[in-house]
Design a protein around this ligand. Structure first.
Ligand SMILES: [Zn+2]
Length: 611
């Protein structure tokens, strides 16, 4: 496969239950380059480009078919703009193209040909009467509501992605039309092939693999299959998964948390809330706002449909905004659409590891590792901005002095350090404060602001694995650090008045590694608070970024590690994500090539280096 011979749809993975959604059916495989199909023109262009690239870099291209590395890498998927809030997200659709789907489609073709044959026979006046009766009977059997034709169509319909849930506003988008065997996809939501990536096959000839590298390797339980995963455990380590994080130890020493380097952490953060995409319908009906004026002093003015907030403080005043996750449920949306208004007493919820990419709604794990990001526009020469994050009832903060640009990061444990920043006086900056892997960091305009010593603390793995969130529902004015109000933005004026505008506010979360030990009958994950994996010399431990739907080192049966000899290389970049179709386009159907939507152009926004 690596050499690009057009073997279709291998490899075979262990049979999985049929109702298993896009989750556990992930084969976690990378296919060789350039499948032949609807996106063939695109493939030809990329083939040409890559041929040139290969000559230069001796790299190789692979296609990602499944979503085990989502959202870092997409398998076959639907690219969706939420019909309520316009937030862009992806839903995996690889089961449309899995082995089972292909078998079903082949079988359907066979049944259709048989039906054709029987029809001709039944209508053939030269055939014997008895023969025609038998054909008529067989035809009726095949086409009856419980007959083979409708059973096959139903089973294929079951392979379709019926709906997807917006991670920003909870809106459930229906992706199919019709019912039963005649169900079809809503044409507005086409499925796209997986990302095409470039793999550096010589990456590890001269250096050791690094933790967090995205690597391609031969599947230890099936020699001819290429897998792609993230490297999280190195030779001779005892690797543990606990509290959503990776822990490692050597030679019987206590386990320490494995921290992601800043650029990896940034790339892996996932959006939980984005103020640029308000769900207008809910807002009009009075659904609680994600951001609340916490001091209740009316110093904040919300603008542009709560996309932007302006604080105007006189000397000595401070204004505070707090985030609460008020995500409407399916029922909330139904009631609002039926004109019944919003439910009274909506409660804030914890941030969980919900993954919109997966058809099975999992996301049962609380995520305490969060980040808050916003565009900060200062209209004054002085004042202070304080960003804070709550994790398990522990409050961490970052205070930026607008007069001199110094930022001070303070952990709940008391660890603190300062760093100069360009945030000084009047101006506009993109600021992100993160609390990930027991370390605080500040980024300004995407760049890390390094402190002289890291603002990090060490915990005990046993305690982390059983740590609970603080579930106190807090009201504006409360200073209790609750995980139900886990992020805050505060503007403080000292001697002079201060005016600050915050916009494009995002709450993001870290990846949550699940200690998965298996899947239940309906594809749901069964997990343990701590899982340990000992590694010996030349053994590596790998996990998929889509922790709820990745068959990886946790779940392999014979071995849990990748031997050094099986390493193929490091994934460098996404070179060819799916095409974007213009909103005004024509669909042409060509022989062999099938349907093409023109004009289309490459999705340059997703072409990127893989971190
Ligand atoms: Zn939405």
């Amino acid at each position: 496969m690596v050499d690009g011979k057009n073997k279709k749809n291998q490899p075979v993975s262990p049979a999985l239950s049929e109702e298993a959604a896009d989750g556990p059916t992930q084969h976690d495989v990378v296919r060789g380059p350039l499948g032949f199909g609807r996106e063939t023109v695109e493939s030809l262009v990329i083939a040409f480009t890559l041929a040139l690239l290969f000559r230069a870099f001796e790299a190789e291209a692979f296609v990602i078919p499944t979503g085990s590395m989502a959202p870092t890498l997409m398998g076959r998927h639907k690219d969706l703009d939420c019909s309520e809030c316009d937030f862009n997200f992806q839903a995996g659709a690889s089961r449309e193209e899995d082995d089972q789907s292909h078998t079903l489609r082949t079988e359907l073709g066979r049944v259709n040909r048989e039906i054709e044959r029987l029809r001709r026979l039944a209508a053939d006046s030269s055939a014997g009467l008895q023969q025609r009766d038998v054909a008529q009977q067989q035809l009726a059997d095949l086409e009856s509501p419980s007959g083979k034709l409708s059973v096959l169509k139903m089973r294929l319909a079951g392979k379709m992605i019926a709906s997807a849930t917006c991670p920003n506003c909870g809106n459930v988008m229906k992706l199919i039309e019709g019912e039963g065997p005649s169900v079809t996809y809503d044409a507005r939501y086409p499925s796209y092939n997986g990302d095409r990536i470039l793999v550096d096959k010589f990456a590890y000839d001269f250096r050791e693999p690094n933790r967090w590298d995205v690597i391609v390797f031969k599947y230890p339980e099936g020699a001819n299959t290429n897998y792609i995963k993230r490297l999280v455990g190195l030779p001779n380590e005892l690797v543990s998964i606990a509290g959503g994080d990776i822990w490692t130890s050597r030679d019987g020493q206590p386990a320490t948390i494995a921290r992601k380097p800043p650029h990896v952490m940034q790339a892996m953060l996932q959006v939980v809330h984005d103020s640029n995409f308000p769900a207008s319908l809910m807002q009009t009906e009075g659904w609680p706002s994600a951001w609340t004026d916490w001091a209740d002093t009316s110093l904040w003015q919300s603008e542009k449909n709560r996309r932007q907030f302006t604080a105007t403080c006189s000397a000595g005043q401070s204004a505070s905004l707090r985030y609460q996750r008020f995500n409407p449920t399916l029922d909330d949306w139904k009631e609002v659409r039926l004109g019944m208004g919003v439910r009274k007493g909506a409660r804030p919820a914890l941030v969980k590891d919900f993954q919109a990419y997966n058809a099975i709604s999992q996301g049962g794990h609380w995520v305490g590792d969060l980040a808050v990001e916003c565009t900060l526009e200062s209209k004054s020469e002085s004042g202070r901005i304080v960003l804070d994050l709550v994790d398990g009832g522990q409050q961490h903060s970052c205070s930026i002095d607008l007069a001199d640009g110094m930022a001070t990061l303070v952990a709940a444990s008391g660890v603190k350090a300062s760093t100069p920043t360009p945030i000084r006086g009047k101006g506009s900056w993109e600021v992100m404060f993160t609390n990930v892997d027991d370390e605080l960091r500040l980024f300004v305009d995407k760049k890390l602001m390094p402190t002289a010593t890291p603002v990090a603390w060490s915990s005990e793995i046993k305690k982390e694995s059983t740590r609970d969130p603080v579930l106190e529902v807090v009201q504006p004015g409360s200073t209790v650090p609750s995980d139900l109000a886990p992020a805050g933005i505060t503007v403080k004026a000292d001697d002079e008045p201060v005016a600050v505008v915050v916009s494009s506010i995002k709450v993001l979360r870290d990846i949550f590694y699940i200690g998965a030990v298996g899947f239940g009958r309906r594809g749901e994950i069964r997990d343990e608070p701590i899982l340990e994996f000992p590694l010996e010399a030349d053994q590596f431990f790998v996990l998929g970024d889509n922790s709820a739907a990745s068959k990886d080192g946790r779940l392999w049966i014979d071995v849990h590690y990748v031997d050094r000899r099986l390493l193929l290389g490091r994934a460098i970049s996404i070179v060819w994500p799916h095409m974007v179709t213009a909103s005004r386009h024509v669909t042409v159907t060509l022989p062999i090539l099938g349907e093409l939507r023109l004009p289309s152009w490459p999705n340059f926004a997703r072409m990127k280096f893989i971190r």
